[in-house]
Design a protein around this ligand. Structure first.
Ligand SMILES: Cc1cc2nc3c(=O)[nH]c(=O)nc-3n(C[C@H](O)[C@H](O)[C@H](O)COP(=O)(O)OP(=O)(O)OC[C@H]3O[C@@H](n4cnc5c(N)ncnc54)[C@H](O)[C@@H]3O)c2cc1C
Length: 399
């Protein structure tokens, strides 16, 4: 059998390659630049470590408290706790310069062949796929004959482009990594902060995520506002100036973040996973877990289907994905539009996050990735609180 080509050796691609290689499928993992570090906040739910065999030593810091700041600096202070008591619960902060090489190494250890080079062309034909790439530091195009392709090449996916697919809408996110004096770092011991406001992040939220020895501060802007992103980061840093005084920026990074998933993620001999498929969830902008999850699902579909790589066989990946997660994507997209749509709604969103049922259900589903049935008493309490907040903010805005 010809090998399977996985394009992109970041979180999604490495998990796809590991899964295929472990099942004995020959696999080539093609990465444009092994030294590149994906711009990312690095927040991961604890379940990811169990599910994808990632050692906890890669957790840079455990966050047990989140503070949401409304545009007018009203706070929602939240303990990171799910629905059951007595569990060790947290949001894991990781650094992509450590996580990505680890996952890549696992893929190689399972038997994947890692090539550093950039995909430039794909031709799908009756007996396979002809892929062309240019190795790093070379100008000579190389050719690979492969059975099928998994495109894990991120928001600007070359694989999707070569299939003739349009680029889905995305926001641009920018981040400064800041080394703080030790006494300032204490403020972020176990706390991550999210900042709402049109001036700092009109369509998402701005963040301050603590790592073991630095703070990652960033924000995102949706379509049509990307050119204002530096000003927004500047506004954020002014807003939190006392907390980061004396800090030194050692890295500025920015990248696209898909905000709308693709309906079709499986094609004749080709599947798209992670950001290439637009699988970042709304409201939180969480994409690492979903990249790894979709990559594993795509690889498992292929393992079961091989040698059949027809559209019908690979569509099982697409169908099972949307059967399980369509509702979640739709709900979180709606919540993002509702909660971040204007400064008034951001105030309502902050109030909603003060409700303890909302807090515990949110973290239960974030940490364990299960849709939890909501007891009707809690539903009533949440609905009443949200309606009251909505009415309060309508009246205070004089509408
Ligand atoms: C600023 C920012 C902050 C974020 N914060 C968080 C967060 O805190 N938590 C979270 O869960 N998610 C976060 N995300 C989203 C998360 O980073 C992505 O969802 C995740 O990295 C997607 O993984 P992926 O493997 O699909 O693609 P990527 O991580 O984007 O990797 C794509 C890989 O493909 C390679 N590649 C691209 N083109 C080619 C080519 N032509 N040939 C060969 N290789 C190629 C790239 O070099 C790269 O290694 C953030 C995103 C941004 C931009």
């Amino acid at each position: 059998m010809k090998p399977v080509l996985v394009v992109g050796a970041s979180v999604g691609g490495s998990v796809a390659a590991s899964t295929l290689a472990k099942a004995g499928v020959p696999v080539i993992l093609l990465e444009r630049d092994l030294a590149w570090v994906k711009p990312c906040g690095g927040a991961l739910p604890p379940i990811a470590f169990k599910e994808f065999d990632i050692p906890e030593s890669l957790i840079s810091r455990k966050v047990r408290r989140a503070i949401i700041h409304s545009p007018t600096e009203r706070l929602a202070e939240i303990e990171v706790t799910g629905l059951k008591k007595g569990r060790d619960e947290y949001v894991a902060m990781t650094c992509r310069e450590e996580l990505d090489p680890y996952l890549r190494l696992q893929a190689v250890r399972q038997g994947a062949e890692l090539i550093e080079g950039k995909l430039t062309d794909l031709k799908v034909h009756r007996t396979g796929v002809t892929a062309k790439y240019v190795p790093k530091n070379s100008r000579e195009t190389q050719t690979l004959e492969v059975e099928a392709v998994i495109g894990a090449d991120g928001a600007y996916s070359t694989t999707a482009k070569l299939l003739g697919l349009p680029r889905p809408p995305y926001c641009v996110a920018i981040q400064h990594r800041i080394r703080l004096p030790q006494e300032k770092m204490a403020r972020w011991q176990e706390t991550a902060d999210l900042y709402l406001g049109q001036k700092v992040s009109p369509d998402l939220y701005a963040w301050a995520f603590p790592k073991s020895d630095h703070l990652a501060v960033g924000c995102g802007a949706g379509p049509g506002k990307a050119h204002e992103i530096r000003q927004m980061l500047h506004n954020l840093k002014e807003r939190i100036a006392p907390d980061i005084a004396g800090g030194e920026v050692f890295l500025e990074e920015a990248h696209a973040l898909p905000i709308h998933p693709r309906d079709h993620i499986a094609f004749e001999r080709v599947m798209l996973v992670g950001d290439a498929a637009g699988l970042v969830v709304g409201t939180s902008g969480e994409g690492i877990y979903w990249a790894m999850k979709s990559a594993r699902r795509a690889a498992e579909t292929l393992i079961k289907a091989l040698p059949d790589t027809s559209l019908k066989a690979l569509q099982r990946y697409e169908k099972s994905w949307w059967q399980e997660y369509r509702m979640m994507y739709r709900f979180l997209q709606w919540l993002q539009r509702w909660g971040y749509g204007s400064e008034r709604q951001m105030e309502v969103f902050t109030d909603m996050c003060r409700n303890q049922d909302v807090q515990r259900l949110t973290f239960e589903s974030y940490m364990y990735k299960q849709m939890t049935p909501v007891p009707w008493v809690a539903q009533m309490r949440m609905t009443a609180d949200i309606l009251a907040a909505q009415a309060r903010h309508f009246m205070s805005a004089g509408v």
